[in-house]
Design a protein around this ligand. Sequence first.
Ligand code: DAH
Length: 348
Amino acid sequence: MEISEKNKIMLEKIEKLMSEIATLAAKNADEAEALRIKYLGKKGDITALMNDFRNVPAEQKREIGQKLNVLKTAAQDKINELKEAAEVQKNAGSSVDLTRTPYPISLGSRHPLTIVKNEIVDIFSRLGFTLAEGPEVEDDWHVYSSMNFADDHPARDMQDTFFVESHPDIILRSHTSSVQARVMEKTQPPIRVICPGRVYRNEAISARAHCFFHQVEGLYIDKNVSFTDLKQVLLLFAQEMFGPDTKIRLRPSYFPFTEPSAEMDISCHLCGGKGCSFCKHTGWVEILGCGMVDPAVLEANGIDSSIYTGYAFGMGIERITNLKYQVKDLRMFSENDIRFLDEFTSAN
Ligand code: DAH
């Protein structure tokens, strides 16, 4: 009698829960989860009934068991339904359209100066030159004294050089020739290096001048290195960089660290040497300075000038880039205007 009374109560509970489940509602996934815990969690109402079911006498297990199973499945289905509805609502509320085709990923571009620097380094590395670098914040010795600049040379002037306040010996390098000294002091010949880097000069910024720009220095020291070797390497470079029909010419010049010194022109690649406004109707454009390393420079840097000779050259990367891409205003290189940079997307 007592047992059947208990079973009656159990059946009533199942009935009540069944109608409760049918009316459940949740505003979001969290609420739906709270309902799952209330009914089906470890201490949930339906779980409690399932535990009581163990005490139901064998002859009644069938009927009550079936009803309990129907209740449990109904609760599970209902709560899953609520969770799904909450998910759909969440996506509809946000601006994310998961069915849309994705944006194409837009690739960045290399900076034109990097493209040209890589090209220069690449050409010389095929000729056996290896990469060398030095610091941008340098001392007077590496930038000037070891490069044979006289104490009163105008390049040392405040107008050209940035000094570190209170440390007159520490400067921002004004050319990459300082890397020549850095390499020579550590290495005995044969030396064959190419040294790209940023340099600084105290110039008013305009379309044609900037207070920082980039250079590539080349240095080759060995026994019996001659001016002919220099000319041949520079001709190969010019033809690789500007095309196989490019001609070069060397004009006598002066640099403290080379003797003899020269400036090199290439035949104007825009008009093919006929003369145009770009080459000021001369048919030639200047691209670099070069010469045989002055024996005084070799000696100052610990290399025996009675055994070794060498050549050096230096060029401005902006200058070469302007020749290749006709950039009219130097300031474009450092303004980071996306419209300018985008023009080089396919260049490399
Ligand atoms: N350092 C020179 C400059 O900044 C460029 C240069 C000229 C470098 C002749 C050299 C060279 O190595 O031989 O104007």
